[in-house]
Design a protein around this ligand. Sequence first.
Ligand SMILES: Nc1nc2c(ncn2[C@@H]2O[C@H](COP(=O)(O)OP(=O)(O)OP(=O)(O)O)[C@@H](O)[C@H]2O)c(=O)[nH]1
Ligand SMILES: [Mg+2]
Ligand SMILES: [Zn+2]
Length: 361
Amino acid sequence: MNLKELGWNQFFEESFKNGKYHEDLFPARVATAQREIYLILGESGEYRAELSGKLRFNSESMGDFPVVGDWVMARLSPEGSLAVIEEILPRNTKFSRKAAGSITDEQVLVSNIDIVFLVNGLDGDYSPRRIERYLTLTGDSNVKFVILLNKTDLCSSLQQRIEEVKSISLGFPIHTLSALNNKGVEDLMKYIQKGTTIAFLGSSGVGKSTIINRLLGEERLKVGAVRESDSKGKHITTHRELILLPGGGIVIDNPGLRELQLWADEDSLENTFSDIKYLADKCKFRDCTHTDEPGCAVKSAIEKGELDSKRFQNYLKLKKELRYLATRKEKVKFRNEKVVWEKKISKLSKQIQKHKRKYKF
Ligand SMILES: Nc1nc2c(ncn2[C@@H]2O[C@H](COP(=O)(O)OP(=O)(O)OP(=O)(O)O)[C@@H](O)[C@H]2O)c(=O)[nH]1
Ligand SMILES: [Mg+2]
Ligand SMILES: [Zn+2]
C-alpha cells in the first residue's frame, strides 16, 4: 500500500524528517482505536498495535493518545504479529468535542481530515440547530464542511429545507441525496480524491454508514433501522473506523454521538453566527443583551422576520455553554498549576532537609 493513498502528504513528511526516527520505526495510520488496541495501516500492510510503555507513561490527557486518523511511528515486535506505537506525529487537523460527562478535557474524535461530511436526515430527526452546533465545533479552519441532507425520499418540503440550511451553512456546499435509493451519491465523488480524508459526522440514524456502503459499492458496514416515533437512530455503528475506498480516497465512519458538548472558543461561535454579530454591532448600547434595551438591532431583526428567533435562542444557548466551558478550563488550569507548584515546593523542602542533615545546621 502506498503511503500517499493513505493520506500521507508534505505536512507529515516534514515531521517525519525532522523526527530523525530510528530505522526500526515505520509510519502508519490509525484505522481503529478500541480500548488501547489499535489497527494501523502502513506501507507493508495492516497490524494490530499497542502503545509503548513510554508513550502511555508520558500521556497526560486524552489528547495524548492516538485517535483514528492519526499518523504514528510504530515498531514491529520481533515475531512480527503485533506492532508497538512509539509516537504520534503532529496532527494536521482535528475535530474535537468536550469529553462526555463532567470532565473538562478535549476529546479529539478524528484527526488529519480534509473534509467533514456533515450528514443530516430529512426525516423526523431533522434539526437546523444541530447543524449550527456542529459548525461551531469546527474550530479548525483547515477542515472544510460539506452538508449532506439525506433521505430526500422522506421529505415533502425539500426546497424549504434547502433554503433553511443555506441560510445557516456559512457558504459550505449543500448536497441532497437518498442513500437508500442510491440517488445523489455520485455527486459526492468530486470531493473524494486519492489521499483525501473525509470524516462522516452526524447523529445516529442519519445514514452515515449507508452512504459509505454506497461509496464502497457493497454492504460492508452494518446499518440499522431508526426508531419509528422520532426517527432517532439506535447507535448501530459503535466505533470509529477508517476505510479505504476502492477508487481511492479515505473515509472515516463515526458512531452517532449521544453528547456533542462544545470544545471551542467564542471566536468560533461568532464565526458561525456572524449574522448575529453583525446585527449586535448595530445595537444602540455596546453591552446590549438583546432582551429589552431600546434600539436593539437583534430584536428588531427578529420582529421583522429577518432573523429566526430559534437561531438566536440557539446562539444564546451555545454562548452560555462556551462561557461555562471557559470558566471550567480556567479552574482546571489553576488546579494543574497548583499541583505543579506543590510538587516543586515539596522537592525543594526535601533538598533543604537533606542539606541541613549533611551540614548539620
Ligand atoms: N428512507 C431512507 N432511509 C435511509 C436513507 N439512508 C439511510 N436510511 C436508513 O436509515 C437507517 C439508519 O442508517 P445508518 O446508515 O445505519 O445510520 P448511521 O448514521 O450510520 O447511524 P449510526 O451508526 O447509529 O450512527 C437505516 O435503516 C437506513 O436504511 C435514505 O436515504 N432514505
Ligand atoms: Mg453507522
Ligand atoms: Zn441588542
